[in-house]
Design a protein around this ligand. Structure first.
Ligand code: GTP
Ligand code: MG
Length: 195
């Protein structure tokens, strides 16, 4: 798939504000600061379409982007950000859960895991939840440029073992710096949105 256009469509907290229509969607999930917004930008070849930041908790709303006029990529706020209040965390949970359980357009989720660290308890929980709910999920090991080749391979094995991934589950190393893994993600997205 070639990316020919990418534009911001909407930010939403609740279903009433999701874009109307039937376009297929692929969402980006993962803990805060793991690189979701950076991945989106790299995949669609745009430097600053989705806002990124050194500070965790940058993305606070569900952001919808229209790609090639054909499907949406959906940038979700990250989980596991310690410096938010309990009530904010609860609101976050509700916002994400109602999107993930209620959105008919959702065709698959890219779950991002930081390749430099083993999966967190929340990563494991979230992955299990996607599986239990029958949502297609592909795992992405982010920030691959920060690792040596051998460390990256070891880290991928740890991710496979701890989530745990079944043999057929996809795991793609990715770097928003170098573009490593971009083509593979595009082909996963292409299959999900069926275009
Ligand atoms: P939230 O919106 O807070 O949930 O974070 P996010 O998952 O969207 O992360 P974001 O894309 O904002 O990236 C967080 C930080 O990691 C930024 O400083 C990025 O520049 C950096 N980063 C993201 N991806 C990569 C990567 O592949 N390589 C390197 N070296 N840095 C990255
Ligand atoms: Mg973000």
């Amino acid at each position: 798939m070639k990316i020919t256009s990418a534009e911001f469509v909407a930010s939403a907290v609740k279903a009433a504000n999701y874009p109307a229509g039937e376009l297929a969607e692929v969402a980006l999930a993962g803990r805060s600061n793991v690189g979701k917004s950076s991945l989106l930008n790299k995949v669609v070849n745009r430097k600053a379409l989705a806002r990124t930041s050194n500070t965790p908790g940058r993305t606070r709303l569900i952001n919808f982007f229209l790609i090639n006029g054909q499907f949406h990529l959906v940038d979700l706020p990250g989980y596991g950000y310690a410096r938010v209040s309990a009530s904010e965390r609860e609101n976050w949970g509700k916002m994400i859960e109602s999107y993930l359980t209620g959105r008919k357009n959702l065709k698959g989720i890219l779950l991002l895991i930081d390749s430099r660290h083993p999966p967190t308890a929340q990563d494991i929980q979230v992955f299990g939840w996607f599986k239990d709910n029958g949502i297609p999920v592909a795992v992405v090991a982010t920030k691959a440029d920060k690792m040596s080749r051998s460390k990256l391979l070891r880290s991928m094995q740890t991710i496979r073992k701890e989530l745990p991934l079944a043999g057929e589950d996809m795991l793609t190393p990715f770097s928003a710096e170098t573009g490593q893994g971009r083509e593979e993600l595009l082909s996963i997205i292409e299959q999900w949105v069926n275009i």
